[in-house]
Design a protein around this ligand. Sequence first.
Ligand code: FPP
Ligand code: MG
Length: 285
Amino acid sequence: MNIEEWEEYQHINDAMNDMINSMDDSSQMKSVVGHICRSGGKRVRPIILMLSSQICGSNSEDAVNAALAIELIHSASLIHDDILDEGVIRRGVESAHKKFGPAAAMLAGDYMISKSIELISSYDAPVVRAFGRAGMAMAEGETIDIKSTTGTFEDNNYFDCIDKKTASLFAASATMGAYIAGADEATAELLKDYGGKLGIAYQIVDDLLEYTESTDDKRSCHESISLLQIYQKEMTQGQAVQKATEIAMEYVKMAKEILSNFEPSDARNKLLEITDYITIEMLPK
Ligand code: FPP
Ligand code: MG
C-alpha cells in the first residue's frame, strides 16, 4: 500500500505546504517549522480524521483545517519529545533541536500549537474540546513516560502512559472527524474507541521496532521503559517480542471490529487498510 498516493494524504500535504508558504520569513521560524513539517511522516492521524468524517457522511473539505491542526500538534509534540528524549534523528533527518538548537525548536513547537488552536477555533465545541483534551492527555502521558526509568513501572503504568501520550491523539482524530460530519455522540464515541485501540496497537509496535532496532528513520539517546523491557524481566527477548506482538494484534482486532459497526464504504476500507498499515505491516519480518 502506498499511502502517499491517497487523496487524503495529498490534501493534508497541500494544506501543510500552503501554510508554510504563507509564513513570514523575517525570522528563523519558517525554516524550523518547514524542516519538521516537510521531512515526511505518514500523516496517519489527519488521514484518520478525514476518513472518520467521510465514514459519517461528510467530505474532506470540511475536515481539512482540523486535519492540519492534528498534524501540527502531533509534529509539535515530536519536537518536544525529541528535546526530552535526546532524539537525534526524526523522520530520517536531523531532529529540530539538533539542527536549530533547543530554543528555536521549542519555539517552533509553541508556534505550531498556537497555529493549531487558530485552525480548530472555527469548529463546534465538541471538536475543540476533543482537541484540547488530547493535548492535555499527551502532555500528561509524556510526564509519565519521562519517569518510567525511575521507580516502579509495570504494564499497567505502561498502558496508562501510551493511552495518554499516543492513543489520545488517534482517538481525538477519529472522534473529531465524526463530530465535523455532524455524527451523533454514540457514533463519535465508537470512532473514539476505534482510534484509541489503534493508537495503543501503534505504540506497542513502535516500541517493538525500537527494541528490535528495526527502524532507521529515528534515533534517540534516551530510551523509556516499554512493554518489552517489562516482559523481559520474566522471559527471554524472543518471548517478550512475541507476547507484545500478540497484544498489539489483539488491539488491532478490536479496532477493526469497531469498524464493522459501519456500512461498507471506501472510507471504511481505507480505515481498515491504514489500521494494518501502521501496525501489522510495520512489524519486523
Ligand atoms: C513519542 O513517544 C511522543 C509522543 C507520542 C507524545 C509526546 C508528547 C509531548 C512531548 C507533550 C507535548 C504535548 C503537546 C500537546 C504538544 P516516543 O518517544 O515513544 O516515540 P518516538 O520513538 O517517536 O520518539
Ligand atoms: Mg521519542
